[in-house]
Design a protein around this ligand. Structure first.
Ligand code: GAL
Length: 697
């Protein structure tokens, strides 16, 4: 045992023996590797309840041989655990845990509330959510319960209490995953409406304040009693007040957090030594993860890179990882469902990935800050909706190529544990995500082709192509460690955030703002300031006209006369103190500014009035990074990713080849191969779908 492992073992023994009293809201950093007895978490999502018991021992032995030391269990097993109201059966799960634990495999137990038993819906039909047309869902599928229903809350409390009580001292249970992929559905029944009224009352105190904030003078939608306030249900044309609709999004996010807290409160009270997480969904935006995650010990998420057909496009999962990390102060996280096979439900959803790619994807998770990778699922189901959603093994349990790759990766990650332990992703650049703006764009999309996540990607992909690490910030994050912050389309903006951005720029930061920023106040009401509203002085521009892109083309012209295609939206900029960098090339506003630069204090604010061709972002960010002295990553070929984790005195460089071709990367210095222990030449050779992990000083 290395000294670090001994320390980790002591820490984890301490955690088990003397449970720290954790507050309900936890933001302290959580050491995942120490928590897992000093081992890199390498796991599978396993459903022993769906297989004959005589299979369990064979499974556990096969898992152990592949380096698996962790499983997630039981998140859909409510009816097995509580077959009748108030009657519990943990025997089968105890036996499964015994088999797994004997093979050195520890577990996180899912609280099974995502998939309630049929008896619950039969007895209390209003446990099911009601859709926006007033139709109540019926039993079937999963995740269709109503968050506000008192019978559902009571049933949740009962099963969670029973589980916590039964497993609170179980040494083979590390902690809990709450529910499964919280987020939907919104419920539109009378109970939820009453809950919304209560939420509004708490926020606005008086109806007068609410009417004023929402501008209910429009169409005479003024409320004289709280009970008159509607939900944004399906009315003619779904024409709801955007202010009400934004508050409903906030209410749903808060209600989801409250529901999570119903569970975390019980678990922390009864089983304070066990850690709590939830499996989240990356760029999914119906809830504000940066708020929800204050109640978790660590973040976990479900990463399925292979929805597209393009193997080499690694940016989607990359941004998902970085956003998840950013949603809890940049702490390392784990992947609770890492793609382990071909996705599909009633049809297969993509092409089969070459086996080596599963290894590259697992390393990508690690490179972006995961201290644990758990594959979905151990074996493809024989039953139900997911017969086409492959696990690592297929139904016949044959040790296929995916199993072999998973086993190779497991061996390697276990070998890398000491190197990885304590290292984190450090980034000079960050993207600011505004949950309010994302919701406001759901309510009123700008134009059909506008997509907030695409805006993030325009900048994110450019940074990543240049090998520059990127963090994701939320309005309450600390902005001070960064040299560049890109804040795309800050549509809904309050004064504190505008002031925080101004301070960041004045103190020497580079701030990149983009079109449709500063348009709305925090109530989703349009500002009466000249656009970009509270950001006008900071950006040094005034916007008196704009042009949504609908079936039209636009171009912008650079100083050397080159023309670049522009699309989606055109803010027509009148510089007040800013310099013009790019101008529009066509139509009645040809020659007007499209992109400006304004010096502010020690920093600089760019305002990008439109969407440009992707190459321009790479060039533009490269120029800014060079000017700031931000070391550009390596010069990497298309389809290869370079990402870095670091700790005192050491950088850990991951080179990931997503292509079926050999690739070369010039390091510019010699490196040390963290797996083979050997020196690597300056020019690194990567085989197709291969990975190198190098350490450099
Ligand atoms: C996830 C979900 C899993 C499984 C998987 C494949 O979103 O959490 O339970 O359904 O997708 O469909």
């Amino acid at each position: 045992m290395t000294p670090r492992r001994i320390l980790a073992a002591i820490v984890s023994a301490y955690l088990l023996l003397s449970p720290p009293a954790r507050a309900q809201e936890t933001t302290k950093s959580f050491d995942l590797i120490a928590w897992n007895s000093g081992k890199f978490i390498y796991g599978v999502d396993y459903y022993p309840e769906a297989w004959n018991e005589d299979q369990w021992e064979k499974d556990a032995a096969m898992m152990q041989a592949a380096g698996i030391n962790f499983v997630r269990l039981a998140e859909f097993a409510w009816v097995k655990l509580e077959p009748r109201e108030g009657k519990f059966d943990f025997d089968w799960l105890d036996r499964a845990l015994k088999v797994l634990n004997a093979h050195g495999i520890k577990a996180v137990l899912g609280t099974p509330t995502c998939s309630p038993p049929a008896w619950l819906y039969a007895r209390y039909p209003d446990v099911a959510a009601m859709d926006e047309n007033g139709v109540r869902y019926r039993y079937g599928s999963r995740r269709n319960y109503c968050l506000h229903n008192p019978n559902f809350i009571a049933a949740t409390e009962r099963i969670v209490t029973a589980m916590a009580d039964h497993y609170k001292n179980h040494p083979g249970v590390q902690g809990w995953q709450i529910d499964n992929e919280l987020g939907d559905p919104e419920c539109f029944d009378a109970v939820s409406q009453a809950a919304f009224h209560k939420w509004c009352q708490k926020k606005y105190k008086t109806l007068e304040a609410l009417n004023k904030a929402w501008g209910t003078v429009f169409w005479g939608h003024t409320y004289q009693t709280w009970s008159e306030i509607p939900l944004p249900w399906n009315t003619l044309g779904k024409a709801h007040n955007p202010s009400l609709a934004l508050d409903f999004h906030r209410f749903h996010s808060d209600s989801t957090h409250d529901y999570l807290k119903v569970q975390t409160t019980i678990l922390r009270r009864l089983a304070p030594a066990k850690a709590i997480t939830h499996n989240e969904m990356g760029l999914f935006d119906h809830i504000d993860y940066s708020d929800l995650n204050r109640s978790l010990d660590f973040v976990a998420w479900d990463n399925y890179p292979m929805f597209g057909k393009d193997y080499a496009s690694y940016f989607g999962s990359g941004l998902g990882h970085d956003l998840m990390r950013g949603s809890k102060n940049n702490q390392n996280f784990m992947v609770m469902e890492q793609q382990g096979g071909l996705p599909g439900w009633s049809v297969f959803w993509g092409r089969q990935a070459p086996p080596g790619l599963y290894r590259v994807w697992a390393y990508q998770s690690v490179a972006h800050g995961a201290d644990g990778v758990c594959y979905f699922r151990w074996r493809t189901s024989r039953y139900g909706t997911e017969q086409y959603w492959q696990g690592i093994l297929d139904q016949d349990s044959y040790a296929n190529q995916r199993y072999k790759i998973v086993a190779q990766t497991g061996k390697e990650l276990s070998q890398l544990t000491d190197v990885l332990h304590g290292s984190r992703v450090v980034s000079p650049a960050a993207l600011l995500v505004s949950p309010d703006s994302r919701w406001a764009f759901h309510i009123q999309p700008l134009v059909e082709s506008f997509d907030y996540n695409h805006q993030l990607h325009l900048y994110y992909d450019a940074f990543r192509r240049l090998g520059i690490n990127v963090d994701v910030l939320f309005p309450q994050s600390d902005f001070t460690p960064y040299k560049i912050i890109v804040a795309p389309s800050l549509f809904v903006l309050d004064k504190p955030l505008a002031d925080k951005l101004a301070k960041f720029a004045r103190d020497g930061g580079i701030l990149i703002l983009t079109y449709r920023s500063g348009v709305k106040d925090e109530h989703n009401v349009v500002t009466d300031l000249t656009l970009p509203g509270p950001l006008a002085e900071l950006a040094g521009v005034a916007i008196h006209d704009f042009d949504p892109q609908i079936n039209q083309e636009q171009a912008v012209v650079t100083t050397d006369g080159t023309s670049i295609s522009a699309h989606t939206w055109f803010d027509i900029l009148d510089p007040t103190t800013a310099d013009t960098v790019l101008t529009y090339g066509k139509g009645y506003y040809a020659g007007k500014a499209a992109l400006t630069r304004n010096r502010v204090g020690n920093g600089m604010v760019y305002y990008v009035g439109t969407d440009l061709a992707q190459e321009y972002y790479v060039q533009g960010i490269k120029a800014v990074a060079e000017r700031l002295g931000i070391p550009l990553g390596l010069s990497i070929p298309e389809g290869v990713e370079a990402a870095v984790r670091e700790k005192e005195g050491m950088k850990i460089l991951f080179l990931l080849n997503y292509t079926d071709q050999p690739q070369k990367v010039s390091l510019g210095q010699s490196g040390h191969n963290a797996l083979s222990g050997e020196a690597e030449p300056e020019e690194i050779q990567l085989a197709p779908f291969d990975v190198k992990v190098l350490t450099t000083p």
